[in-house]
Ligand binder design. Structure first.
Ligand code: AMP
Length: 301
Protein backbone atom coordinates (compact mmCIF):
# COMPACT_ATOMS: atom_id res chain seq x y z
CA UNK A 1 0.00 0.00 0.00
CA UNK A 2 1.71 3.07 -1.29
CA UNK A 3 0.32 5.50 1.24
CA UNK A 4 1.78 3.68 4.23
CA UNK A 5 5.17 3.65 2.57
CA UNK A 6 5.03 7.41 2.31
CA UNK A 7 5.11 7.80 6.09
CA UNK A 8 7.32 4.79 6.68
CA UNK A 9 9.96 6.24 4.41
CA UNK A 10 10.39 9.12 6.86
CA UNK A 11 11.44 6.57 9.49
CA UNK A 12 9.49 8.38 12.24
CA UNK A 13 7.54 5.26 13.15
CA UNK A 14 10.69 3.47 14.14
CA UNK A 15 12.16 6.54 15.81
CA UNK A 16 9.20 7.14 18.11
CA UNK A 17 9.51 3.74 19.70
CA UNK A 18 13.27 4.01 19.76
CA UNK A 19 12.79 6.50 22.61
CA UNK A 20 11.74 3.69 24.85
CA UNK A 21 14.06 1.17 23.28
CA UNK A 22 17.14 3.34 23.37
CA UNK A 23 18.24 2.11 19.98
CA UNK A 24 20.83 4.26 18.26
CA UNK A 25 19.16 6.76 15.95
CA UNK A 26 21.03 5.60 12.88
CA UNK A 27 19.94 2.02 13.36
CA UNK A 28 16.40 3.14 14.10
CA UNK A 29 16.22 5.06 10.86
CA UNK A 30 17.30 2.06 8.81
CA UNK A 31 15.39 -0.83 10.32
CA UNK A 32 11.67 -1.31 10.06
CA UNK A 33 9.51 -3.29 12.42
CA UNK A 34 8.34 -6.78 11.54
CA UNK A 35 6.24 -9.29 13.48
CA UNK A 36 9.45 -11.15 14.39
CA UNK A 37 10.38 -8.19 16.64
CA UNK A 38 7.49 -9.15 18.93
CA UNK A 39 6.32 -12.04 21.07
CA UNK A 40 2.59 -12.01 20.46
CA UNK A 41 0.43 -12.84 23.47
CA UNK A 42 -3.24 -13.05 24.28
CA UNK A 43 -5.92 -11.23 22.28
CA UNK A 44 -7.05 -8.03 24.04
CA UNK A 45 -10.04 -7.36 21.89
CA UNK A 46 -11.57 -7.26 18.49
CA UNK A 47 -12.32 -4.18 16.42
CA UNK A 48 -14.12 -3.58 13.15
CA UNK A 49 -11.03 -4.10 11.00
CA UNK A 50 -8.99 -6.63 12.95
CA UNK A 51 -7.70 -7.78 16.31
CA UNK A 52 -5.64 -6.34 19.13
CA UNK A 53 -3.01 -8.49 20.90
CA UNK A 54 -0.84 -8.08 23.93
CA UNK A 55 2.76 -8.17 22.71
CA UNK A 56 6.30 -7.85 24.00
CA UNK A 57 8.96 -6.10 21.97
CA UNK A 58 11.81 -8.58 22.22
CA UNK A 59 14.83 -6.27 22.47
CA UNK A 60 13.42 -3.86 25.04
CA UNK A 61 10.98 -6.19 26.84
CA UNK A 62 8.48 -3.36 26.43
CA UNK A 63 4.85 -4.51 26.66
CA UNK A 64 2.59 -3.04 24.01
CA UNK A 65 -0.78 -3.60 22.38
CA UNK A 66 -0.42 -4.65 18.75
CA UNK A 67 -3.41 -3.76 16.60
CA UNK A 68 -3.60 -5.87 13.45
CA UNK A 69 -5.76 -4.46 10.65
CA UNK A 70 -6.56 -6.22 7.39
CA UNK A 71 -5.75 -4.13 4.32
CA UNK A 72 -8.55 -5.71 2.29
CA UNK A 73 -11.14 -4.64 4.87
CA UNK A 74 -9.67 -1.16 5.12
CA UNK A 75 -9.80 -0.81 1.36
CA UNK A 76 -13.31 -2.20 1.13
CA UNK A 77 -14.56 0.35 3.65
CA UNK A 78 -12.43 3.09 2.06
CA UNK A 79 -10.86 4.09 5.37
CA UNK A 80 -7.17 3.95 4.38
CA UNK A 81 -7.00 7.73 4.25
CA UNK A 82 -8.64 7.97 7.69
CA UNK A 83 -6.17 5.44 9.12
CA UNK A 84 -3.20 7.27 7.70
CA UNK A 85 -4.43 10.51 9.22
CA UNK A 86 -4.98 8.74 12.56
CA UNK A 87 -1.43 7.36 12.50
CA UNK A 88 0.12 10.67 11.57
CA UNK A 89 -1.75 12.59 14.26
CA UNK A 90 -1.63 10.09 17.14
CA UNK A 91 2.05 9.25 16.72
CA UNK A 92 2.97 12.88 17.33
CA UNK A 93 0.91 13.39 20.48
CA UNK A 94 2.51 13.03 23.93
CA UNK A 95 0.15 13.39 26.86
CA UNK A 96 -0.55 11.14 29.87
CA UNK A 97 -4.24 10.99 28.89
CA UNK A 98 -3.66 10.19 25.22
CA UNK A 99 -2.78 6.63 24.22
CA UNK A 100 0.67 6.57 22.64
CA UNK A 101 1.07 5.24 19.15
CA UNK A 102 4.72 4.19 19.03
CA UNK A 103 4.83 3.21 15.40
CA UNK A 104 3.46 0.94 12.72
CA UNK A 105 4.50 -1.50 10.03
CA UNK A 106 2.80 -3.62 7.41
CA UNK A 107 3.09 -6.70 5.30
CA UNK A 108 1.22 -7.78 2.19
CA UNK A 109 -2.11 -8.32 3.92
CA UNK A 110 -2.02 -6.44 7.19
CA UNK A 111 -1.18 -3.14 8.85
CA UNK A 112 0.15 -3.32 12.44
CA UNK A 113 -0.14 -0.44 14.91
CA UNK A 114 2.18 -0.53 17.92
CA UNK A 115 0.15 1.02 20.75
CA UNK A 116 0.62 1.77 24.43
CA UNK A 117 -1.00 -1.01 26.44
CA UNK A 118 -3.92 0.26 28.54
CA UNK A 119 -3.83 -2.30 31.35
CA UNK A 120 -7.32 -1.72 32.72
CA UNK A 121 -9.12 -1.92 29.39
CA UNK A 122 -12.24 -0.20 28.18
CA UNK A 123 -13.99 2.58 30.05
CA UNK A 124 -17.23 1.64 28.33
CA UNK A 125 -17.27 -1.73 30.12
CA UNK A 126 -16.65 -0.03 33.48
CA UNK A 127 -19.58 2.30 32.85
CA UNK A 128 -21.81 -0.62 31.90
CA UNK A 129 -20.75 -2.45 35.04
CA UNK A 130 -21.35 0.53 37.38
CA UNK A 131 -24.33 1.94 35.37
CA UNK A 132 -23.13 5.44 36.30
CA UNK A 133 -20.12 6.96 38.06
CA UNK A 134 -19.82 8.91 41.32
CA UNK A 135 -19.33 12.67 40.99
CA UNK A 136 -15.73 12.29 42.16
CA UNK A 137 -14.96 9.75 39.51
CA UNK A 138 -16.81 11.63 36.74
CA UNK A 139 -15.13 14.94 37.64
CA UNK A 140 -11.67 13.34 37.74
CA UNK A 141 -12.21 11.84 34.28
CA UNK A 142 -13.71 15.03 32.81
CA UNK A 143 -10.84 17.17 34.13
CA UNK A 144 -8.20 14.79 32.74
CA UNK A 145 -9.93 14.75 29.35
CA UNK A 146 -10.20 18.56 29.37
CA UNK A 147 -6.43 18.72 29.92
CA UNK A 148 -5.82 16.26 27.05
CA UNK A 149 -8.12 18.26 24.75
CA UNK A 150 -6.43 21.56 25.68
CA UNK A 151 -3.16 19.88 24.63
CA UNK A 152 -4.70 18.62 21.34
CA UNK A 153 -6.32 21.95 20.50
CA UNK A 154 -3.02 23.70 21.20
CA UNK A 155 -1.60 21.55 18.41
CA UNK A 156 -4.59 22.34 16.17
CA UNK A 157 -5.90 18.80 16.51
CA UNK A 158 -9.67 18.39 16.98
CA UNK A 159 -10.67 14.93 18.18
CA UNK A 160 -14.34 15.01 17.00
CA UNK A 161 -15.27 11.60 18.39
CA UNK A 162 -15.08 11.76 22.18
CA UNK A 163 -17.31 9.00 23.64
CA UNK A 164 -16.91 6.16 26.19
CA UNK A 165 -16.08 3.57 23.50
CA UNK A 166 -12.95 5.54 22.56
CA UNK A 167 -11.52 5.71 26.07
CA UNK A 168 -9.23 3.20 27.75
CA UNK A 169 -7.95 3.02 31.32
CA UNK A 170 -4.25 2.88 32.17
CA UNK A 171 -2.51 1.04 35.02
CA UNK A 172 -2.95 3.91 37.51
CA UNK A 173 -6.64 4.38 36.66
CA UNK A 174 -5.93 7.28 34.30
CA UNK A 175 -8.09 7.75 31.19
CA UNK A 176 -6.49 7.47 27.76
CA UNK A 177 -8.07 8.85 24.60
CA UNK A 178 -7.53 5.92 22.28
CA UNK A 179 -9.13 6.47 18.91
CA UNK A 180 -8.10 9.28 16.60
CA UNK A 181 -9.94 7.85 13.59
CA UNK A 182 -12.10 10.94 13.19
CA UNK A 183 -9.59 13.47 14.42
CA UNK A 184 -8.35 16.18 12.16
CA UNK A 185 -5.35 18.46 12.06
CA UNK A 186 -6.72 21.79 11.02
CA UNK A 187 -6.32 25.51 10.99
CA UNK A 188 -9.69 26.01 9.34
CA UNK A 189 -13.28 25.47 10.22
CA UNK A 190 -14.61 22.15 8.90
CA UNK A 191 -17.87 20.85 7.51
CA UNK A 192 -17.47 17.05 7.49
CA UNK A 193 -20.17 15.01 9.20
CA UNK A 194 -18.50 12.58 11.55
CA UNK A 195 -18.67 11.17 15.04
CA UNK A 196 -21.36 9.15 16.74
CA UNK A 197 -24.98 10.27 16.71
CA UNK A 198 -25.57 10.82 20.44
CA UNK A 199 -22.34 12.82 20.78
CA UNK A 200 -22.77 15.01 17.67
CA UNK A 201 -23.01 18.74 18.33
CA UNK A 202 -25.79 20.79 16.67
CA UNK A 203 -23.41 22.35 14.11
CA UNK A 204 -22.40 18.88 12.85
CA UNK A 205 -25.99 17.62 12.81
CA UNK A 206 -26.85 20.64 10.69
CA UNK A 207 -23.66 20.23 8.60
CA UNK A 208 -22.54 23.78 9.15
CA UNK A 209 -18.92 24.69 9.82
CA UNK A 210 -17.41 23.49 13.06
CA UNK A 211 -14.21 24.00 15.00
CA UNK A 212 -12.48 22.76 18.17
CA UNK A 213 -15.53 23.63 20.30
CA UNK A 214 -17.19 20.40 19.02
CA UNK A 215 -14.97 18.61 21.56
CA UNK A 216 -16.38 20.78 24.40
CA UNK A 217 -19.90 19.70 23.42
CA UNK A 218 -18.91 16.01 23.31
CA UNK A 219 -17.17 16.32 26.68
CA UNK A 220 -20.44 17.75 28.06
CA UNK A 221 -22.36 14.75 26.67
CA UNK A 222 -19.76 12.44 28.18
CA UNK A 223 -20.02 14.14 31.58
CA UNK A 224 -23.81 13.64 31.47
CA UNK A 225 -23.44 9.97 30.49
CA UNK A 226 -20.90 9.41 33.30
CA UNK A 227 -23.37 10.78 35.85
CA UNK A 228 -26.67 9.41 34.47
CA UNK A 229 -25.52 6.31 32.59
CA UNK A 230 -27.21 7.40 29.34
CA UNK A 231 -26.48 10.23 26.91
CA UNK A 232 -28.83 13.24 27.24
CA UNK A 233 -30.51 13.26 23.82
CA UNK A 234 -31.12 9.53 23.48
CA UNK A 235 -34.30 8.66 21.58
CA UNK A 236 -35.82 5.69 19.80
CA UNK A 237 -35.45 7.14 16.32
CA UNK A 238 -32.33 8.83 14.93
CA UNK A 239 -34.50 11.67 13.65
CA UNK A 240 -35.75 12.31 17.18
CA UNK A 241 -32.18 12.38 18.56
CA UNK A 242 -31.21 14.88 15.84
CA UNK A 243 -34.18 17.05 16.77
CA UNK A 244 -33.38 16.94 20.48
CA UNK A 245 -29.71 17.85 19.79
CA UNK A 246 -30.60 20.81 17.57
CA UNK A 247 -33.12 22.08 20.13
CA UNK A 248 -30.70 21.31 23.01
CA UNK A 249 -33.58 19.51 24.71
CA UNK A 250 -31.58 18.97 27.91
CA UNK A 251 -33.39 17.37 30.83
CA UNK A 252 -31.97 16.14 34.12
CA UNK A 253 -33.90 13.14 35.48
CA UNK A 254 -34.54 13.02 39.26
CA UNK A 255 -32.54 9.77 39.61
CA UNK A 256 -29.69 9.22 40.05
CA UNK A 257 -29.29 12.25 42.27
CA UNK A 258 -26.76 14.65 40.76
CA UNK A 259 -25.58 17.92 42.34
CA UNK A 260 -26.78 21.23 40.95
CA UNK A 261 -23.12 22.19 40.46
CA UNK A 262 -22.59 19.26 38.05
CA UNK A 263 -25.78 20.20 36.18
CA UNK A 264 -24.56 23.78 35.95
CA UNK A 265 -21.30 22.66 34.34
CA UNK A 266 -23.10 20.40 31.83
CA UNK A 267 -25.51 23.23 30.95
CA UNK A 268 -22.57 25.52 30.25
CA UNK A 269 -20.98 22.98 27.90
CA UNK A 270 -24.12 21.93 26.01
CA UNK A 271 -24.77 25.32 24.46
CA UNK A 272 -25.97 25.51 20.87
CA UNK A 273 -23.93 28.59 19.99
CA UNK A 274 -20.46 27.06 19.86
CA UNK A 275 -18.62 30.27 20.78
CA UNK A 276 -20.63 30.45 24.04
CA UNK A 277 -19.56 27.00 25.32
CA UNK A 278 -17.46 27.01 28.48
CA UNK A 279 -13.80 27.13 27.45
CA UNK A 280 -11.81 24.10 28.58
CA UNK A 281 -9.44 26.08 30.80
CA UNK A 282 -12.50 27.65 32.51
CA UNK A 283 -13.99 24.19 32.93
CA UNK A 284 -10.94 23.29 35.02
CA UNK A 285 -11.78 26.23 37.33
CA UNK A 286 -15.47 25.34 37.67
CA UNK A 287 -16.43 24.69 41.34
CA UNK A 288 -17.72 21.19 40.56
CA UNK A 289 -14.35 20.22 39.06
CA UNK A 290 -12.34 21.97 41.77
CA UNK A 291 -14.34 20.29 44.55
CA UNK A 292 -14.59 16.79 43.04
CA UNK A 293 -11.73 16.06 40.65
CA UNK A 294 -8.66 14.35 42.06
CA UNK A 295 -5.80 16.73 41.12
CA UNK A 296 -3.62 13.72 40.21
CA UNK A 297 -6.10 12.86 37.43
CA UNK A 298 -6.15 9.29 38.72
CA UNK A 299 -9.25 7.46 39.82
CA UNK A 300 -8.14 4.64 42.07
CA UNK A 301 -11.60 3.22 42.81
P1 AMP B 1 -10.36 -1.36 18.54
O1 AMP B 1 -10.07 -2.06 17.27
O2 AMP B 1 -9.48 -0.16 18.76
O3 AMP B 1 -11.82 -1.06 18.73
O4 AMP B 1 -9.94 -2.36 19.72
C1 AMP B 1 -10.68 -3.50 20.00
C2 AMP B 1 -10.60 -3.82 21.48
O5 AMP B 1 -9.25 -4.15 21.84
C3 AMP B 1 -10.94 -2.64 22.37
O6 AMP B 1 -12.31 -2.57 22.58
C4 AMP B 1 -10.16 -2.97 23.65
O7 AMP B 1 -10.86 -3.89 24.44
C5 AMP B 1 -8.93 -3.65 23.12
N1 AMP B 1 -7.82 -2.71 22.97
C6 AMP B 1 -7.55 -1.94 21.90
N2 AMP B 1 -6.46 -1.21 22.08
C7 AMP B 1 -5.99 -1.52 23.32
C8 AMP B 1 -4.87 -1.05 24.11
N3 AMP B 1 -4.02 -0.17 23.63
N4 AMP B 1 -4.72 -1.57 25.33
C9 AMP B 1 -5.59 -2.49 25.82
N5 AMP B 1 -6.67 -2.95 25.14
C10 AMP B 1 -6.87 -2.46 23.89
Amino acid sequence: MQMYQHVAASGFDRCCFAETQQIAASEAAQKRWTTSDFDIGKPLGRGKFGHVYLAREKRSDHIVALKVLFKAQLQQSQVEHQLRREVEIQSHLRHPNILRLYGYFYDQKRVYLILEYAVRGELYKELQKCKYFSERRAATYVASLARALIYCHGKHVIHRDIKPENLLIGAQGELKIADFGWSVHTFNRRRTMCGTLDYLPPEMVESVEHDASVDIWSLGILCYEFLYGVPPFEAREHSETYKRIVQVDLKFPPKPIVSSSAKDLISQMLVKESTQRLALHKLLEHPWIVQNADPSGLYRG
